[in-house]
Write a protein that binds this ligand. Structure first.
Ligand code: NAD
Length: 492
């Protein structure tokens, strides 16, 4: 079995404790590689290396244009190796090759985009209302950035943080999910090949509780950029507060996908399917609540059941597969437990609702695409994130009703609206409390478009030109160029 070491200070190294753990292929349910089991000692070493690289050595002397050039070289190497990286991700997280290949081929764009921004980070000269002074502001990197990511789209979600962090001149320590660490270690080999100086990018693997605190509590770390569950997010936010760190938090969702009776039903139903069964529902933006206008309810349910029942399940590495396994055993058990909860609450099961045992599913952790109808807003299945292929259908009467139901959760990550009426689309997008609203589409993502959550779905935004400021801090400089000498005991 292949062994993956940590990557610290420009070298692949064994864990201090010499312990390893197995990473499992969710399709075969068999281990395929060993991952270094990190301890606080490994994390401290990585943080020290990143801290040193920030102030001394090669990276500290890079010009902004050199940073941009490094990012472009990383992008080129990802483009050359996209297929290989996608294969590793599919083996480790069981997501569809069709999806991961698309994601990996798109990934270089983030490095090109933020690489292009690296030498366009410009400060300002203020006109000033006080005579005899000159004042300007400039941007500086925040410092060491801790990047903590989940298992569902490892390289994609890391890149959303890594590319702007490097473009802004920071150094980073990455802690990938213990379930899907392998692709990050393959990527860091490419980053090394691109010529990254030692200490710039460090990767420490292992379990959150073992290595996390040495990152989130360290006074040498300036910011934590986190994607993951809200439960872990709360812990990290509290830990970061102790040393007054910056944070970006991309957390969970219970996103509403809303179909009005004037919508193109074929597109809307496909959008609903893509919202919940793509990626086996394991995406923070899953449209897990489908709000359907009463007048079209029966037709929409009938169409959905037909597509869900005929979805091709099986080996995620085959391009024709439509629904793959759940990524982890605990997640598989969680999904099945939510199905029981929904049944117990009186939601009406219209399709699926059990582990998939078709022969194409091998020994993998598969759950049949599941749809519950007659779900009401007070049910747990309408309020809590399942993170699996389980759709809840809720009915509504009119726009006002739809907005009220849609906004009635602690989350606010995304929402979809299906309507042929442009004025209604605008009204709905204004009324929805969500960081992203898709009109007549779902799950569209770009490096140019800000992404993040309202309410308890998160803090801060990722992607888009402005978001590079999430990795910068402002310094203001005042120069006396002949100001009148004033009373030293009062403010100038
Ligand atoms: P998780 O919160 O369990 O783990 C995320 C990461 O945090 C892992 O790397 C884990 O090891 C680490 N971690 C755990 N405890 C830690 C601690 N005490 N200190 C530091 N790090 C710690 O999440 P998961 O189960 O891997 O991922 C699924 C969740 O992620 C879902 O809830 C989903 O909604 C969310 N998610 C959100 C987005 C988004 O952009 N908003 C995207 C993908 C996933």
């Amino acid at each position: 079995m292949k062994r993956y070491q940590h990557y610290i200070d420009g070298a692949f190294v064994d864990p201090a404790g010499q312990e390893w753990f197995e990473t499992v292929n969710p399709y075969t349910a068999k281990p395929w590689a060993e991952i270094a089991r990190g301890t606080a000692a490994d994390m401290e070493r990585a943080v020290d290396a990143a801290h040193l690289a920030l102030h001394k050595g090669e990276w500290a002397a890079y010009t902004a244009s050199q940073r941009g050039a490094l990012l472009r070289r990383i992008g080129d190497l990802i483009a050359e190796n996209a297929e290989f990286l996608a294969e590793v991700e599919v083996r480790d997280n069981g997501k569809l090759m069709a999806e991961m290949l698309g994601q990996l081929r798109y990934l270089p764009n983030y490095y090109y985009y933020y690489g292009g921004l690296a030498d366009k980070i410009e400060g300002s000269v203020m006109p000033l209302d006080k005579k005899g002074y000159f004042a300007y502001s400039e941007y500086e990197p925040l410092g060491v950035i801790g990047i903590i990511t989940p298992w569902n789209s490892p390289l994609n979600l890391t890149t959303w943080k890594l590319a702007p962090a490097l473009a802004a001149g920071n150094t980073v320590v990455i802690k990938p999910s213990e379930f899907t660490s392998a692709s990050m270690l393959e990527l860091v080999s490419l980053i090394e090949k691109a010529g990254a100086p030692p200490g710039l990018v460090n990767v420490v693997t292992g379990f959150g509780a073992d290595v996390g605190p040495a990152l989130t509590d360290s006074p040498k770390v300036a910011k934590i950029a986190f994607t993951g569950s809200d439960e872990t997010g709360r812990k990290i936010y509290a830990a970061a507060a102790k040393t007054m760190k910056h944070v970006t938090m991309e957390l969970g969702g219970k996103s509403p996908n809303i179909i009005f009776d004037d919508a193109n039903l074929e597109d809307a139903v496909n959008g609903a399917i893509s919202g919940i069964f793509a990626a086996t529902g394991q995406t923070c933006i899953a449209g897990s609540r489908l709000l359907v206008q009463n007048s079209i309810h029966d037709e929409v349910v009938e169409r959905l059941v037909k597509i869900a029942g005929t979805a091709r399940m099986g080996d995620p590495s085959r391009m024709e597969t439509q629904v793959g396994p759940v990524t982890t055993m605990p997640q598989y058990e969680k999904v099945l437990s939510y199905i029981d909860i929904a049944k117990g609450e009186g939601a009406r099961l219209v399709t699926g609702g059990f582990p998939a045992k078709r022969s194409e599913c091998g020994n993998g952790w598969f759950v049949e695409p599941t749809i519950f109808d007659d779900v009401t807003a007070d049910m747990r299945i309408a309020q809590e994130e399942v993170f699996g292929p389980v759709l809840s259908i809720l009915r509504f009467d009119d726009e006002e009703d739809a907005i009220e139901i849609a906004n009635n959760t602690i989350y606010g990550l995304a929402a979809g609206v299906w309507t042929a009426d442009i004025a209604r689309a605008f009204r709905m997008s204004k009324g929805l409390r969500a960081g992203t609203v898709w009109i007549n589409t779902y799950r569209a993502i770009s490096y140019m478009v800000p992404f993040g959550g309202y309410k308890q779905s998160g803090i801060g935004r990722e992607n888009g030109a402005e978001m590079i400021k999430e990795y910068l801090q402002t310094k203001s400089v005042w120069i006396d160029i002949g100001a009148a000498k004033s009373n030293p005991f009062v403010q100038r």
